[in-house]
Write a protein that binds this ligand. Sequence first.
Ligand SMILES: Cc1cc2nc3c(=O)[nH]c(=O)nc-3n(C[C@H](O)[C@H](O)[C@H](O)COP(=O)(O)OP(=O)(O)OC[C@H]3O[C@@H](n4cnc5c(N)ncnc54)[C@H](O)[C@@H]3O)c2cc1C
Ligand code: FES
Length: 271
Amino acid sequence: VEVLKVLETVKESEICTTVLVRTASGHWSSLSPGQFVMVWIPGIDEVPMSVSSLEGDPPIIGITVQGIGEATNALCRLRTGDRIGIRGPYGRGFDLALPKGSTVVGVSGGVGSASTVLAMERARELGYRTVNLVGARSSSLLVFAERFIRNSDLTIVATDDGSRGHSGYVTDLLPEVLSSEKRPVIISCGPEVMMRKVMEIADEASVRCQLSLERYMKCGVGLCDSCSMSGRRVCQDGPVFDISEVRELSEFASSHRDRSGRSVPIGECVR
Ligand SMILES: Cc1cc2nc3c(=O)[nH]c(=O)nc-3n(C[C@H](O)[C@H](O)[C@H](O)COP(=O)(O)OP(=O)(O)OC[C@H]3O[C@@H](n4cnc5c(N)ncnc54)[C@H](O)[C@@H]3O)c2cc1C
Ligand code: FES
């Protein structure tokens, strides 16, 4: 674990905050978008987080946190100079070695943008056309909408309550985007009900799709089995899975394991 000082915190939405830390070792530069880190909050817990920004060498890492419980609320309360521990990077990120001429279509819901934003920016740097569909329940909960607009070829915003952009779900707009873009490939992260819809639309259009999944994690490195999902370990085999793999995961969008390993049904929204 690298214990690092918080450089800065940035409020991203009503309920999300980005915490920036300067790493001390060069190995972080090899992190691929979609991989995650385990973040230790002294005296509280250690939780998995996506990396939403990576700049410099050794890089300044950003994690973007939605406060939903003890650890995430503690992360949202951090101030410049506080210390947290980080280990990683872990898991399998998004596969961005795509056929030439592909259009990468990002579909992000709520804090799911924290997992897709870096991948979408990397995809554009690699020369692909990038189109982002970004959604949230309302405009005050959108995460990285401005950053997506700035750094991609086309960004479409949707809110459930119509307070910004399309009134409805991001997935309402996906079929049209897929039919109007050349060689689309989808990458997505958000509530599982949203990703299930993304998967159905991708299947119907025969478009390749990668989903970033989330399960309760303790070790982050394949040892404890707490992140098990229909026989796969999300921390090591994922968190990014191709839809051909997700089809085999019967627990997807149906159940997850709690802290004690008990299987519980997934409600309307995972977080
Ligand atoms: C690979 C990966 C990347 C992640 N990236 C981010 C990120 O970038 N930003 C972010 O804000 N969060 C991210 N998360 C989720 C984050 O790790 C959890 O929200 C956090 O661990 C909750 O800890 P807590 O102590 O705050 O809440 P707890 O008190 O542990 O939980 C609060 C409530 O949320 C439920 N819950 C917690 N974790 C999960 C889960 N994984 N699946 C379903 N229900 C859950 C609990 O059952 C409980 O009801 C990621 C998770 C994974 C696996
Ligand atoms: S978190 Fe321990 S095996 Fe995945």
